[in-house]
Design a protein around this ligand. Structure first.
Ligand SMILES: [Zn+2]
Ligand SMILES: [Zn+2]
Length: 257
């Protein structure tokens, strides 16, 4: 399995990061993609630091919508430079978050659009974070991204079958995380059931969103087995089929580019 999205640079892992990675490998999580949003700009190298230190890691770099208001032209230049690193596979997580509104919405949109342009110039996929902002997110992607034909990931997919259908139509893969194991996430489960097999990925978003039966605890990549089991069950596939499909999809989108 490949964990398409985790934040193991987080201080939550300062006491036992090496052990957490050992447990991931022992659980069958061969690779992890370290999301390089760090503490926000100017710290854009959080993912690169992980990928340089640990062979099992790939990385992204990007400015989270929460931090959009902090982004300077120098940060955007730095981001573009980081995309030359051989283990930086994508730009992310980027997008819109209207739940917290930590940055003004117009600023979130502008920084999202600028990062799509930077990703396009480097021919790298994008990793999308969207919260309570589906309409604006999909509209900006349709206008600024899909015509480029590069694709991307809807991280921690939290929509239903309709958002799934629209995202896939715009060239995206759906990455399912712990939410799909929560009993009340019926909409997300319905999306997981109906999503085409060649467009699904799996992730932890560790340290956040631990799957049942560890819900509420610190999440880590080894716990992804619970998410994978639930996803396989929902889709009527074997655990092995699900793991193989998501791994193959990750490679197609991110490694064969
Ligand atoms: Zn996110
Ligand atoms: Zn994240």
């Amino acid at each position: 399995m490949i964990d398409s999205h985790c934040h193991l640079d987080s201080a939550d892992f300062n006491d036992d990061r090496d052990e957490v990675i050992e447990r991931a490998l022992a659980a069958g999580v061969e690779h992890m993609m370290a999301i390089g949003t760090g503490d926000g700009p100017p710290d854009l190298e959080a993912g690169v630091r992980m990928a340089d230190k640990y062979p099992a890691f790939y990385a992204t770099a990007g400015i989270h919508p929460h931090d959009a208001a902090k982004a300077t032209p120098a940060d955007l230049k730095h981001l573009a430079d980081l995309l030359a690193h051989p283990k930086v596979l994508a730009v992310g997580e980027i997008g819109l978050d209207y739940h917290y509104d930590f940055s003004p919405r117009d600023t979130q949109k502008a920084v999202f659009i600028e990062q799509m342009q930077i990703a396009a110039e480097a021919n790298k996929p994008i990793v999308i974070h969207t919260r309570e902002a589906w309409e604006d997110t999909l509209a900006l992607i349709e206008q600024h991204w899909t015509p480029r034909g590069i694709g991307g990931i809807m991280h921690c997919f939290s929509g239903g079958p309709e958002e799934a259908r629209r995202s896939i139509g715009l060239g995206f893969y759906l990455s399912f995380g712990g939410i799909v194991t929560f009993p009340k996430s019926l909409n997300v489960q319905e999306a997981a059931r109906s999503a085409p097999r060649d467009r699904i990925l799996i992730e932890t978003d560790a340290p956040y969103l631990a799957p049942v039966p560890k819900r509420g605890k610190r999440n880590e990549p080894a716990l992804m087995v619970h998410t994978a089991r639930r996803l396989a069950e929902l889709r009527g596939e074997s655990y092995e089929e699900l793991c193989n499909a998501t791994t193959e999809n990750f490679r197609r989108l991110l490694l064969l580019n």
